[in-house]
Design a protein around this ligand. Structure first.
Ligand code: 6GU
Length: 224
């Protein structure tokens, strides 16, 4: 998969994909993330990318021309499955969306800034609008890191143990069960006996019970 991220703050996206699972995805050739500096498509000597909002509102709006030129450049090189705009008024991101997007070939991710982007870009270029939750970030970059991470780890072949993504919290609308490692007894704080039983049936049943219990306690909405 190739993901092209369009941003006015490319520095913010230098590190997030260079570690851990995202690094492994890149090393295996399964995910290539390109960060594109929108400023390169800015207008005039000042490489302008935003302008005052019509209607006399406070705050700047990202202009059509630089973003259109950038997207058209990319589209001339390959076909894209989606042009995703990251915006607090988008659809709230969830695991189901991550699963679906992990099966795509090429994605454009456009990070919003300032007051937003000219509405005509949303009408004519953007195919999908995503928010990562009900709070406001100063820009779409951190949201892009979240969305790309969630998608990238689901790309077939990225995780070593293919089943481990299937066991994630949310994957089956249940939260994960608690986990433990050595020592089995820390100053009297003991690991549940079921996990030490060596009996796969008992262990599995404990995990399922704990998943359900945790979901009932913390996220009953997931069980509806
Ligand atoms: Cl995608 N962008 C911004 N600026 N704020 C957000 C967001 C996105 N998702 C939640 N808050």
């Amino acid at each position: 998969m190739q993901i092209d991220i369009i941003t006015v703050v490319p520095d913010l996206l230098q590190s997030p994909f260079q570690h851990s699972i995202m690094k492994r995805a890149a090393d295996k050739g399964l995910l290539q993330v390109n960060v594109i500096n929108l400023r390169n498509y800015g207008l005039g000597n000042y490489k302008q990318v935003d302008d005052y909002a019509f209607g006399g509102e406070a705050g700047m709006v990202m202009m059509i021309e630089p973003i259109a030129a950038c997207i058209n450049d990319l589209k001339a090189q390959r076909n894209y499955d989606e042009v995703i705009f990251l915006t607090p008024d988008g659809n709230t991101f969830n695991q189901k969306m991550a699963n679906q997007l992990s099966l795509k070939e090429n994605l454009i991710v456009l990070c919003g800034h300032y007051k937003g982007i000219d509405e005509r870009l949303r009408q004519h270029f953007v195919t999908m609008e995503i928010s990562i939750g009900d709070y406001v970030l100063s820009g779409g970059e951190l949201a892009a890191a979240v969305v790309v991470d969630a998608i990238g780890r689901l790309i077939p072949g990225v995780l070593n143990d293919e089943s481990s993504a299937l066991m994630d919290s949310f994957q089956d609308d249940l939260l994960s069960h608690p986990v433990y490692t050595r020592p089995a007894d820390y100053n009297g704080w003991k690991v549940p006996a079921e996990l030490l039983s060596g009996n796969p049936k008992i262990i599995q049943q404990w995990k399922e019970e704990q998943s359900l219990k945790r979901t009932e306690e913390r996220r009953p909405d997931l069980l509806q």
